[in-house]
Design a protein around this ligand. Sequence first.
Ligand SMILES: O=C(O)CCC(=O)C(=O)O
Length: 418
Amino acid sequence: MAILDLDMARNSNSTAPPCHAHTAPASDQQRRLRQAECNKAGADADDPNHGHRPGAEEEEEEEEEEELLLKGVRHLCERRGITRLPARYVLPPSDRPAAPDHQRSSCPTIPVIDLARLRAPAERAAALAELDAACRDYGFFQVVGHGVGGRGMMMLDVARRFFDLPFGERARYMSPDIRAAVRYGTSFNQLNDGVLCWRDFLKLVCDDLDGVVPSWPDAPADLREVVSAYARSSRRLFRELMEAALEALGIGGPGAGEVLADCDAGSQMLMVNCFPACPEPDLTLGMPPHSDYGFLTILLQDEVNGLEVRHADRWVLVDPLPGSLVVNVGDHFEMYSNGRYKSVLHRVRVNSARSRISVASLHSLPPARVIGPAPELVDDVKNPRRYMDTDFATFLDYLSSAEGKHKSFLQTRRLLTS
Ligand SMILES: O=C(O)CCC(=O)C(=O)O
């Protein structure tokens, strides 16, 4: 069912890893879009124009509309009082989020990992077992006691102020180049998405932090300072969680040392997301089902919920503890752990009452690193190798291949299916 849509994690002349895996091929999406428009208009799905060929004037209007939509959801809402969802955002019925169900309250809570327990020698073994179970059973967990403290609140505050800037100020960072180190954009992959997502974003590559910060937005005036402080604390947390996860997997010695050194030199990208209040939230999504490409993603979010995680064949709404950070396993960690840890699909719902801000910090190893199952986790009897080795070039080949239109990248690397 899947294609990966890219959002590169490096500057324009390098090839750093993309961090998002998107599940819907553009061509499929375009077909679905036409279908969705027909569904909405009550027309025949096989006749998207309903027997009507657009004239030059209509085509021009459509182009103008498209141009407007690609300036982002916030701009659209600012320009027009929106009371109906424009057709470009309407998902076909099968892809729409189901109306919130009342069973949600009985849904399991995402596991909580307390870093204070991981740091206490007497409690570390028990906390490691909890971390191991969370990565195996959910691929998602919440972290408390993480020490990021006020930097998280400041990060959310400056993000909100950035999206509140006049459009012209934000537009300075718009770029069609998905490899740009700084990029303001909309939807998921706006160049490919047939159905647009109700989301605007600011992407900030954080590799070589001191080198890239001067290219980040200079408004709000404190953005560079606040975001770089947050990026540093997120990287420290990633390092600490990777150290614990390797221990939980039973990987020590030089194997662990090598991976941790690669974590220190690895790539990091901040996706600062804004999901404005939406007039018809049950017809669209802020982000489509996707998995993340790297090792771990650390998510900071404001008090408005929206993240849903695939668990036991249903979507579970994440209702995080105040002050916690939500962490998920990415595709690379699933491969490295030989399938023991799960990179799971997640998506973002929007709502009609409040806009939502989230900041995903996506952490990977250096792009040149070949990723494959850790030798410590493979044996011929009980744990045969489940994934082929992979690297960034293979990922790019996959994207341009026919296979890339039908599968997820993770699926293409699988040697065993169960
Ligand atoms: O906003 C969220 O809850 C999730 C964001 C996300 O999945 C992403 O940026 O990859």
